[in-house]
Design a protein around this ligand. Structure first.
Ligand SMILES: [Zn+2]
Ligand SMILES: [Zn+2]
Length: 350
């Protein structure tokens, strides 16, 4: 099969023929129909996440959807021909966290494109397939579905389950990339008023298109102060979708007394990711600082119901389709922060 192989960090991927994945008794093989290119892939490609990434050479890609072609002998729920999405937070289905419905924080978590070969290929193997493969409704196209295993589901869980956003609340969202735009659309659909913050005007224009009622360019403005002015005292909920020092601290400062600050964007691994917080401010104002990671499979039915009926439209965030050979161009644009919206691989032949 064709695959885009990561052989060396920060260098062009090798689009070449590799052996097909090997089926396991609990796993399934899917024919990948669409796979999003995400900033997390870029972090892996840059060599920033080496402690966690499988040894090179390996195949990235964790935002995949496709059609099941083969299942192992212990797999009974999914079958060849099923249309499926793969969440990037795959669980073992048996640990305490999974049994409690929280597979996104599984004790033995695996991730396509990071801990095993992912969807930048014609075929991918998914372990523990009965638990991890999510049936995709007929109404939802593959290109639209590919971001649902990562950025869209992450925003859905962060906004609704962790942030518990309510109708009429003010939400500030830092970063208008894939997760940020998803969070804006989802919070807007939940009846909240969203303020989008970014440093690029074209991204803020996109943020308005998916529902933001105000936008702030934080290049020359104190965004937290602007949010506090617009909301007369602070947002009910703030989401940091980026995870750098400036956005994390500004997001925390944007919430009102008793507000909730949801941290979705991951900071760099190691010492660079340790960011000093004003703990006394968090205590004195009873701020809830909440981590949010991926989405448990238990929440998928609700998300899919809203997508299948058109109440949420993750396809609106897709701005381009490309081939395996086009991944490197998207990575280079990500290095220069030139990406607007989401690019999806739909051609796996070259
Ligand atoms: Zn992703
Ligand atoms: Zn588990």
């Amino acid at each position: 099969m064709k695959a885009a192989v990561l052989e060396e960090f920060n260098a062009p991927l090798n689009v070449t023929d590799v052996p097909d994945p090997v089926l396991t008794d609990d796993g399934a093989i899917i024919s990948v129909q669409a796979c999003g290119i995400c900033r997390s892939d870029w972090h892996g490609w840059k060599g920033e996440w080496t402690g966690f990434l499988a040894p090179l050479p390996m195949v990235g890609g964790h935002e995949m959807s496709g059609i099941v072609t083969e299942v192992g002998k212990n797999v009974h729920k999914v079958k060849p021909g099923d249309r499926v999405i793969v969440p990037f937070t795959c669980g073992d289905g048996t640990c305490q966290a999974c049994l409690e419905g929280n597979s996104n924080v599984c004790e033995h978590q695996t991730m396509p494109g990071f801990t095993y070969n992912g969807g930048f290929a014609e075929y991918a193997h998914v372990p523990t397939a009965d638990f991890n493969l999510i049936p995709l409704p007929e109404e939802v196209e593959f290109a639209q579905a590919s971001g649902m295993g990562c950025r869209f589901m992450t925003a859905y869980h962060g906004v609704l389950s962790v942030g518990k956003v309510q109708p009429g609340e003010w939400i500030s969202v830092y970063g208008s990339g894939g997760v940020g735009l998803s969070a804006i659309q989802i919070a807007t659909a939940a009846g909240a008023n969203v303020i989008a913050i970014d440093i690029a005007d074209d991204k803020l224009d996109f943020a308005r298109k998916v529902g933001a009622v105000h936008t702030i360019n934080s290049m020359n403005t104190d965004a937290a102060e602007a949010v506090r002015d617009l909301t007369h005292g602070g947002a009910d909920v703030s989401v940091d979708a980026l995870g750098i020092n400036a956005t994390l601290l500004s997001s925390l400062k944007s919430v009102k007394r008793k507000g909730r600050a949801v941290q979705i964007g991951m900071t760099p691994m190691g010492a660079d990711g340790l960011i000093p917080l004003d703990v006394n401010d968090i205590i004195a104002n009873e701020i809830s600082y909440l981590g949010s990671f991926g989405m448990p499979r238990a929440e998928f039915p609700r998300l899919l119901n809203q997508v299948a009926t058109g109440k949420l439209t993750p396809g609106d965030l897709v701005t381009g389709e490309t081939s395996l050979g086009g991944i490197i161009d998207v990575y280079n644009d990500m290095s220069n922060f030139k990406v607007n919206g989401v690019t999806v691989i739909t051609d796996f032949t070259k």
